[in-house]
Design a protein around this ligand. Sequence first.
Ligand SMILES: NC(=O)c1ccc[n+]([C@@H]2O[C@H](COP(=O)([O-])OP(=O)(O)OC[C@H]3O[C@@H](n4cnc5c(N)ncnc54)[C@H](OP(=O)(O)O)[C@@H]3O)[C@@H](O)[C@H]2O)c1
Length: 276
Amino acid sequence: MKEFKDKVVYITGGSSGIGLAFAKLMAGKGANVVIFARRQQVLDAALKEIYAAGSAAGQKHACLPLDVANREQVKSVLSAAVAKYGVPDVLVNCAGRAIPRYFEDISYEQFDETQKVDLYGTWNTTSILVPLMKERGGYIVNVSSIVGFIGIFGYTDYAAAKFAVLGFSEALRSELKRHNITVSVLCPPDTDTPGFAVENKTKPPETKAISASASLMKPADVAGALLKGMAKKEFIIIPNADGRFTYIMKRLLPGLVEMVTDSQAKKVQQSMKKPA
Ligand SMILES: NC(=O)c1ccc[n+]([C@@H]2O[C@H](COP(=O)([O-])OP(=O)(O)OC[C@H]3O[C@@H](n4cnc5c(N)ncnc54)[C@H](OP(=O)(O)O)[C@@H]3O)[C@@H](O)[C@H]2O)c1
């Protein structure tokens, strides 16, 4: 998909970070953008930014409060959105969050919530919108992560959800092809967003060390890479060269990738054992 003028674009998690950057990019291309997230104040502020990015004659943007983890709410909010703004041509499932911790510090409640937001949230919106979108085709982007194909220290609950998003998207891609709906999965690396700042607060030292060895992207650059990937209908869209290299290495030489990440973790563990 290359042409977005007058298209209807729904973005969950569109009030912040990567979702907001993509919402602004779409507005700039002439699309009508509808964003969904939980906090009304943040949605209102984001909507202003979206209008500032694109407000040509006839262009309309909107924001609606929604918790993607709540299936009943997803049903009612999306029905209202479709009635008012139309069936989306593009759906971006970007709502998500990570709370990195040692496995033993992750409660059942945290695990459950991570699946409900990052995985079930994607299922909820997609399952409600696909029957409507297939009438005229469209594009669905599910946001996973580098942690969606490499299980990184500190992310047991998040990796479970994001790996699942990748598998879900792969199966969905092959099913929706006949309805002219393209499915892509975006796997961003570390990106400088409000969500990433929250994530940094709970990272175990080993996770911090692994993260420090990778570069940090800007949300606008991730959004730009997504757009490019969509133009080429790439299934897996990995926004930076490091990430693409990791993806290839993980497939070709998984043992080597394990060796590198294990040695980064070991170095930190050894330094923690040393008396100060
Ligand atoms: N930043 C990174 O380094 C990075 C790397 C890889 C993948 N990702 C993925 O990229 C996506 C966006 O992350 P980000 O860093 O841009 O995060 P962010 O700045 O925290 O934005 C997250 C967005 O999702 C919304 N959200 C969170 N929980 C929600 C829920 N239950 N229902 C509806 N909306 C919800 C938030 O708004 P409310 O809180 O108001 O609901 C916000 O709009 C996530 O799926 C994340 O896992 C991020």
